[in-house]
Write a protein of this length. Sequence first.
Length: 114
Amino acid sequence: MTDKQDKSTTGDRISIEQYLQKVACFSGDEYGRLVRGQFKGNRGESELAMLAAPSPEELEQLKRAVAIMTPGEKETAHSLTDEQIQRIAKDAQADPANLAIFINGYVLHSKRVS
């Protein structure tokens, strides 16, 4: 995907759906598992690596969450409150912490690109 194809029609910022596609690149593959293994904490968890290589289950949760977001929520993802993220996660039956990490990653990515 070229940089031009990667951008949304709202300037240089990619859409949250496009960001989800970027996050999905290494979901469930061998490289993704290697990345996740490098970020494991002392309890065997690797939440922060979720943006680099989400598990298939995490990816499905994120897809459900993005799918139920309203157009307004998608457009203003940078200003969603914790309560809004928790509500979206609950409605999508998604892990609220992972959804918060995903939204924060999207916001950081958007700021870096613009």
